[in-house]
Design a binder for this molecule. Structure first.
Ligand SMILES: Nc1ncnc2c1ncn2[C@@H]1O[C@H](COP(=O)(O)OP(=O)(O)OP(=O)(O)O)[C@@H](O)[C@H]1O
Ligand SMILES: O=P(O)(O)O[C@H]1[C@H](OP(=O)(O)O)[C@@H](OP(=O)(O)O)[C@@H](O)[C@@H](O)[C@@H]1OP(=O)(O)O
Ligand SMILES: [Mg+2]
Ligand SMILES: [Mg+2]
Length: 375
């Protein structure tokens, strides 16, 4: 049987393409039957198909219209992710609103978001009544989080007088001491991985009134070629900071993934130093810098395989007999690249004569990896 290969088109800004599309990822995906194909943003997407899946992080109405045209022509292709779902993350209020919708209970840990208000105009900014309930210092963040450099420009504001230096629309969020360490939780489908990063240091209880405002941008970011590993933890003295419980983060990730209807995102979490078991979600980003995550190549390749495999499964399931054939053939063509005979047995067993309805679980996520969990 001729080998069925899968095509995943990626439409990314240059910077993202450079960091994400590394040879190591391309060749691993290739060895598992997946070709990563660059989408030329200057030509209509619809003319560049077919793709089994489109991976994208581009903005604007024109791009959204292109995705709609593409979907009309190729209704079976998977778009990762839906532009409407991504848009919710472009506003720092709607982005975090979803956190309060989550119904998750853990015995020892609680979570939420910092106290915050949104200010749309200068008059309200200077009206003490409007933000009376907030305690200084606060972090001023642009309301819009659309990936532009401007949308990352923040300020730590120490007092009321400094507020007139800010340009609404902004979100004012209480600064919460958290021991200078932030947890970045990467989500790739049902895979969840938390890493530690250096964050803003704590501020003193007694505010230093000589300071009024401190501007900063992407304080917790790494350079494009850096990865989170033991060397980074050692250099940044992060080794001793205890991670939040993985099961707690996994539940939040699962809740966010379902509520947001997104597969590819990360969220930033800080541990409130006043309590020790209270966690605050401060930011959610679509398609973050995965290349800095340990083993990003295999995590992403597993996810790609899962995605195209599940889609193929949806498309081909008609009745038990047809199902058996179509699934074995997809697996033969794609997964056998890496799973070999054991997998063939699993599939054949699952598709035995007695088996009427159930489908084989996707074999791509059968191992639990260290420090990560499937949700
Ligand atoms: N409420 C807060 N209390 C304490 N520190 C905070 C708070 N909000 C943000 N920070 C610090 O400011 C940094 C930037 O904030 P935030 O993550 O909201 O910005 P961003 O530009 O969207 O970041 P990213 O690069 O992750 O997209 C955080 O990584 C953290 O160090
Ligand atoms: O630049 P990197 O690859 O690291 O990725 C960063 C990403 O930039 P890019 O998508 O333009 O590349 C940012 O996206 P926008 O908010 O600007 O859309 C945001 O998600 C950061 O949090 C990511 O860094 P991380 O926090 O994961 O380290
Ligand atoms: Mg952030
Ligand atoms: Mg962000």
């Amino acid at each position: 049987m001729a080998e069925r290969r899968f095509r995943i088109g990626y439409a990314l800004a240059d910077k993202k393409q450079q960091s994400f599309i590394q040879n190591s990822l391309v060749s691993l995906a290739e060895s598992r039957g997946i070709d990563l194909v660059r989408v030329d943003a200057d030509r209509p997407l619809v003319d560049q198909g077919p793709f089994d899946c489109v991976l994208h992080k581009l903005y604007g109405d024109d791009w959204k219209a292109q995705l709609r045209d593409f979907e009309r022509k190729y209704p079976n292709a998977v778009i990762l992710d839906s532009p409407d779902a991504i848009e919710r993350l472009h506003n720092r209020i709607s982005m975090l609103q979803v956190v309060s919708e989550l119904k998750i209970e853990h015995q020892n840990e609680t979570f939420g978001i910092p106290k915050q208000i949104v200010i749309y105009d200068k008059e309200t900014l200077l009206d003490r009544l409007a933000w009376e309930s907030l305690k200084f210092p606060v972090i001023a963040k642009p309301l819009v989080a659309d990936g532009s450099a401007k949308s990352h420009k923040m300020a730590l504001v120490y007092n009321h007088e400094a507020l007139n230096k800010l340009k609404p629309p902004i979100v004012l969020q209480e600064f919460v001491n958290h021991g200078g360490v932030i947890f970045k939780v990467y989500v790739v489908g049902n895979y969840v991985r938390c890493v530690k990063r250096k964050s803003l240091p704590d501020v003193e209880d007694k505010l230093d009134f000589s300071k009024d405002l401190l501007s900063f941008s992407q304080i917790s970011n790494l350079a494009a070629n850096e990865r989170i590993d033991d060397k980074y933890y050692e250099m940044m003295h992060l080794g001793d900071t205890e991670m939040p419980p993985q099961s707690f983060l996994t539940d939040i990730a699962r809740g966010l993934r379902h509520a947001l209807k997104l597969n590819l995102f990360n969220f930033d979490v800080i541990r409130d130093s006043r309590f020790g078991n209270r966690y605050l979600i401060i930011d959610i980003n679509y398609f973050p810098g995965y290349a800095k995550m340990p083993n990003y190549e295999s995590v992403l390749t597993d996810f790609f395989c899962d995605t195209v495999y599940n889609k193929q499964k949806d498309r081909t399931v008609k009745g038990p007999d047809e199902k058996v054939c179509s699934e074995i053939s997809v697996l033969d063509q794609c997964q056998m690249h890496s799973y070999g005979e054991d997998m063939r047995k699993i599939i054949s067993n699952t598709c035995s004569d007695e088996d009427e309805g159930s489908l084989p679980v996707s074999p791509f996520h059968m191992e639990e990896k260290e420090n990560s969990v499937q949700v």
